[in-house]
Design a protein around this ligand. Sequence first.
Ligand code: SF4
Length: 349
Amino acid sequence: MEIFWLNKDPNIPLIRGRSLHRKINAALVHIQARMKTNLVWGYPRHLMIDLVNTCGLKCPICAQGRGEIPRKPAKIEESLFKSIIDRLGPYLVTLTLTNWGEPLHHPQAIAFIRYARRHKSMYIGFSTNLQMLPPDLDALLQSGIDEIGCSIDGATENTYRKYRIGGDFNRAMNNMKRLVNRKRELNLNAPRIRWQVLLNRYTENELTDIQHMAGEIGVDSVVFVPIYVDIARMFTASAMERFERDREWLPRDEGLSWYNYHTGTFKKPPAVCGKLWDSMVIHPDGSVSPCCAVIDPKDDFGIWRNGRDFWKIWNGDNYRAARRLMAGNDSDIDGIVCRRCVQNGVVIY
Ligand code: SF4
């Protein structure tokens, strides 16, 4: 079993898929990101598709749990999903099927994974709160998914219930064990079953217990993930305002956090945002955001109705303006979310 801190998992094979068109695409994207061009003649290599945007839990510092995401509840339609995969699949390195929702709430989740799996070289994964599993567990395990992240924050029911409001600890644990045991019975190499734990004020006291339990259960990895404070106001409130709102949830051990507890800012200095050249986020209704933290549809960069929309969005006014901003030219981008991102110290240009 492997243990990772700070959400860094070196096992995601970012160089999988060595076909010529992938290599050319990777080179194009890399060069254009370095040059900070506002037009990009390559496809994103990392894609997040939120299959559904409902979750069912009320986690107290999650924008979804707080009811602070102003998007209508939706499930992605099959034709939309397929058009995205058909267009971008040949170039993708990673496909993540979760953003703000619980992917297993989508009745076609397994069929969608199978469809995406036609592109052998992409790494497909999602995170689930494990409050339910599909009736046909074998179908999920054999769908072609590479990794299932099991979001269980705590080694005990008491700790889990503090954060995963509305969740059932025993159900989540039993479902994680079912995944591990059935995968073993079927003698499968994939998916990797990953226990992911948010580092908060309560879980910080159970890290040793979690590692011990994970070893007994037989998960493939444990990942401890520092929490972000007040994501809903990432682009509208100052760092200190956001920090103060949620500081009671941060671990006492500052070493387990992204934040400097004196300034409320990120410890790691902000960098130029590379997402604008290399990744895309698509919501269940087809709206496109430049990153997973964009919760307000007013800040979206376009809407994907079919594959022909890709270039209109990818090199449309919003993406180009945001890339220009990152290149240091911000003369024409009033109101764009990336500008507020810079103003609030999340990234720099
Ligand atoms: S600049 Fe900020 S808002 Fe824009 S894509 Fe990057 S992280 Fe997201």
